[in-house]
Write a protein that binds this ligand. Structure first.
Ligand SMILES: C[S@@+](CC[C@H](N)C(=O)[O-])C[C@H]1O[C@@H](n2cnc3c(N)ncnc32)[C@H](O)[C@@H]1O
Length: 478
């Protein structure tokens, strides 16, 4: 979740008002003593890890297992590094275009360390509440401290001061949301949603996601208690201003609610009344949908291939005082003699629907991975389908915006498995986002849907869901 960046106080005091000339380079030891510099250098290093080595931002900034340099920072600096990186990734294309406009000639190909320093500083100047002088001076000091960038210290100073002098002008001139998507993603979004549809999605993705909660019961009561609003779909929504540390909020310790995007809460609801029925959550961890199935009265079996993620699921269920049988393993190897009335396959995917909260996704994923993941989903869907009893329901979902991972997979499944029929989603099942129901009866949400009073309270993750009923025994089982 995004956090407000920093208190500028800490930066103002110790930062010299004038940039040190390149000749007076501070030593690395001096840099380590300079407040704020360590955070900027770690931010540039982690930005390199995301865009050059395709490493996930959440992994790098995990407080327990993240990058060692990140873990060494104080909590406030960790929050600052995350805020810088979220902004730098979210608006990477815009920053690139502005930098290119300021530079007389392109940076040499070996200047990637300098490029990351410039991006880190530009993100602060253009999008965060950090004094410009601090952002510029610490970028110059970062350049000076790195032998690969030291000779560009004066250039760093000049370019960043130019951006700081006319931020509004630059942002107005480079205001195309398409700038912020790498080519592969833009091509795929335009192919699926058209040029205008793709831009609407990318525009919505500029804004961090609000905090959405699913309540075990009585969402209207919790909306009032927490100062949020109740969405027509039943999710409680809070803006960034209403939230502090999630685990300190009323109701967390008692397990009254769990964090779950409004779109992610929809697939499990497609089963309707589950009281007393047997449900299988085939890709269950960390358990948001398992919790929904259990809260809806189902006897749930929760399966996941990842031991560590399954541990998180068990912890979550314990806090929520909900029960499920948990199994570690692949759905492709899972054996069960009885069959299930409801099977949910919330499959692993490229996660392009969650870019509002994971702006590293465009830089860590590729078009090839989308294709590969679609193949995995097809395999897992076949395996999950084998556990549905005659008359039972199967819901296939994932948080990708790509039709290859959603609509295409669902259509192929229907063509291949004659014993399943589509049960179209009705508009009345998703009040407030009726436009998310496709002509075929699939559910397709995008971040551009669910417009509310402000951009900060609008949107939802991109999700796909299709619902099928098993109408006969499979030929092999018959
Ligand atoms: C999108 S996440 C599921 C999120 C979860 N349904 C929720 O709402 O919290 C996909 C999950 O599938 C699991 N997974 C991947 N391959 C699997 C397989 N072959 N069998 C079972 N689980 C698998 C991953 O470990 C991951 O936890």
């Amino acid at each position: 979740m995004d956090r407000p960046p920093v208190s500028p106080q800490r930066l103002r005091r110790p930062v010299p008002s004038k940039t040190a000339p390149a000749a007076e380079r501070p030593s690395l030891a001096d840099d380590a003593q300079r407040p704020g510099l360590g955070a900027r250098r770690v931010a540039a290093r982690l930005l390199a890890a995301v865009v050059d080595a395709r490493t996930s931002l959440d992994g790098l900034t995990d407080r327990g297992n993240g990058h060692p340099e990140f873990r060494k920072l104080e909590g406030r600096d960790q929050a600052l590094v995350r805020a810088i990186l979220l902004a730098a990734l979210r608006r990477r294309g815009t920053i690139d275009a502005i930098l290119a406009d300021c530079l007389e000639k392109a940076l040499p190909s070996g200047a990637s360390a300098l490029r990351h320093i410039l991006h880190v500083a530009s993100a602060q100047i253009l999008f965060l509440d950090v004094p410009d002088s601090a952002a510029v001076d610490l970028a110059v000091a970062s350049a000076q401290a790195d032998p690969r960038s030291a000779r560009f210290a004066n250039l760093t100073n000049a370019v960043l001061r130019r951006i700081a002098r006319d931020k509004a002008g630059f942002l107005a001139r480079f205001d195309d949301p398409a700038l912020d998507a790498p080519r592969w993603l833009l091509d795929r979004l335009e192919a699926a949603y058209g040029a205008a549809g793709a831009r609407a999605i990318l525009h919505a993705q500029r804004v961090p996601a609000p905090l959405d909660l699913t309540c075990r019961e009585d969402p209207s009561l919790w909306a009032e208690r927490l100062g949020g609003s109740l969405l027509p779909t039943g999710t409680v929504r809070l803006g960034a201003r209403e939230t502090g540390a999630v685990d300190q909020m009323p109701g967390f310790a008692d397990g009254a609610w769990w964090v779950q995007d409004a779109a992610a809460a929809l697939p499990a609801r497609l089963f309707g009344d589950l009281s007393g029925l047997r449900a299988l959550d085939a890709c269950a961890a960390p358990g948001g949908k398992t919790a929904q199935l259990a809260a809806a009265g189902a006897r749930v079996t929760a399966l996941d291939i990842s031991a560590s993620r399954l541990r998180r699921l068990r912890g979550n269920l314990e806090r929520l005082r909900l029960e499920a049988d948990t199994h570690e393993g692949s759905i492709e190897d899972f054996r069960d003699a009885e069959g299930f009335d409801a099977v949910l396959l919330d499959a692993p995917c490229s996660s392009t629907g969650t870019i509002r909260r994971h702006p590293d996704v465009p830089f860590t994923k590729t078009a090839e991975e989308v294709e590969k993941l679609a193949g995995v989903q097809e395999r897992l869907l076949r395996a999950a389908a084998d556990h549905v009893r005659p008359g039972g329901l199967l819901v296939f979902s994932n948080c990708s915006l790509d039709p290859r991972e959603g609509e295409d997979t669902a259509r192929r499944f229907l063509a291949e498995r004659g014993e399943f029929q589509l049960v179209p989603v009705a508009a009345a099942e998703v009040p407030g986002i009726e436009d998310a129901v496709t002509r075929e009866g699939f559910l397709r949400t995008t971040p551009a849907m669910l417009r509310r009073d402000t951009a900060e309270l609008s949107g939802l993750d991109g999700f796909f869901a299709a619902r099928f009923r098993r109408v006969t025994q499979s030929k092999t089982a018959a």
